[in-house]
Ligand binder design. Structure first.
Ligand code: SF4
Ligand code: SF4
Length: 202
């Protein structure tokens, strides 16, 4: 799937997400926020100027969000910017329930934010014995995919495969190769490796 496919899934299929910021007491805070639109620039959501969430967005310029439906989840973390009333009317046209929450001109209390530079993760456990994960970015050229990677000093002993819950290691090669799209990031392979040649990248 492409980045646009993941954003479509997030905005149209899942829609309601849990968004984290840092509260005034210095601790994480979450709340449920609907993702209203997406395009090549990023993902758009809104909030009212009177909310503590708005104050935190303006001060921090950064969010983390996660959303899930039917064992499929998307997470994003990255930079946001306030675009004022730009796209506000389009958001109300495409998300008509907003017209009942903020009828008439009361929508003037709202401002729109764009998540424009972010690391994203897709995770699908709908078939539990064969999980699927992927990474994507918004507004960035490349992303170092996090995960576990086998080094050159692998001796092909297959111990890693024997402890892997997903059996997602190709042991026909040496060094063996971890299939990043099916790895849980549990770390059991790295703990078992007698050569300590499985590197964790974060
Ligand atoms: S991190 Fe876990 S799931 Fe991934 S290859 Fe290692 S043992 Fe398998
Ligand atoms: S346990 Fe380590 S040395 Fe053995 S096959 Fe796996 S990566 Fe290679």
């Amino acid at each position: 799937m492409t980045k646009q496919d993941y954003l479509e899934l997030l905005v149209k299929n899942i829609h309601s997400t849990t968004v984290a910021t840092i509260g005034a007491d210095g601790h994480p805070q979450t709340r449920v926020i609907d993702m209203m639109l997406y395009d090549k620039q990023g993902v758009y959501f809104l909030t009212a100027r009177g909310k503590a969430f708005y104050t935190q967005l303006m001060a921090q310029g950064y969010i983390a969000l996660s959303a899930t439906r039917e064992k499929v989840s998307i997470s994003l973390r990255g930079k946001i910017k306030n675009i004022g009333r730009e796209k506000l009317d389009e958001i109300f046209e495409k998300n008509t329930y907003m017209q009942s929450i903020y009828p008439g001109d009361t929508r003037s209390a709202l401002e729109v934010f764009c998540l424009y530079e972010a690391d994203g993760e897709y995770f699908d456990i709908s078939v539990p014995a064969h999980i699927v994960r992927d990474s994507f970015t918004i507004g960035k050229a490349t992303q170092e995919a996090p995960g576990y990677y086998v080094g050159e000093s692998c001796i092909g002993c297959k111990l890693c495969y024997s402890v892997c819950p997903q059996k997602c290691i190709d042991i026909t090669k040496k060094p063996v190769v971890i299939d990043q799209h099916h790895c849980l990031h549990c770390g059991r392979c790295a703990e078992a490796c007698p050569k300590q040649t499985i590197e964790k990248r974060v």
